[in-house]
Design a protein around this ligand. Sequence first.
Ligand code: ZN
Length: 275
Amino acid sequence: MPDQRLTLMAVHAHPDDEATGTGGVLAKAADEGIRTVLVTCTDGGCGDGPDGVKPGEPGHDPRAVAAFRRAELEASCAVLGIEHVEMLGYADSGMVGWATNDAPGSFWSTPVDEGAARLAELIERYRPDVVVTYDENGFYGHPDHIQAHRITMAAVAATGTAAKVYWTTVPRTSMLEFGRMAKEQGLIPEDAPDFDEMPDFGVPDEEITTWIDVRKYAERKRAAMAAHASQSDSAMFLQMSSEVFEKVMGVETFLRVRDSTGAATPEDDLFAGLR
Ligand SMILES: [Zn+2]
């Protein structure tokens, strides 16, 4: 018999993105009996090595990095209660401009149609009611995030079954507050540029359609981020006190870009109109 439960599918680029951007909504959905599916597109092979060795440095072995990042991903998903983890297994393309962008097998060099066809198969299998991915800039311009966005939007269009589709985003006011607070706490250097000077970061609050309070799940989100211990990206967040972490990471915000439920916005539930 087919699974009749509501289903949430999150499509992410690398092992660890599930925790940072959507750890709260995934844990919340899992607790509410919603079936959760994570699709991780790349193997994360361009991440840091276990001893902090950076990609491109001697001793950095992308295959070894991918292997332990897979174990970290499994630990993170266990903390969050994610039921199904699907890895598309593309090679991590690295940051914009790296030679790995165009390496054979890299996600970035994979035709969108090909990636979308594989994701469409998973959408047909799980029939998610709600799909979450990045915006067209991948939030901060990482090629794999942009590619994850592209294949997701193509697969959603081809399958046509998801009732709601969301892009992760950050409200502009939170970015400004976060920047101020991080400087105050010494988490970023005093002379780092202020977010006020970077008008492209975050979206105006009034454009945000969906605000999810995940404070109840903040500790699990933090534990999931901590499971990706080999990666330095989240170190700053893990240094925060529980109180500050909850403040910074306790609300997850989204742009609703597809909807067949008619639920009014702003909304406080990804499944508004479906329950
Ligand atoms: Zn990523």
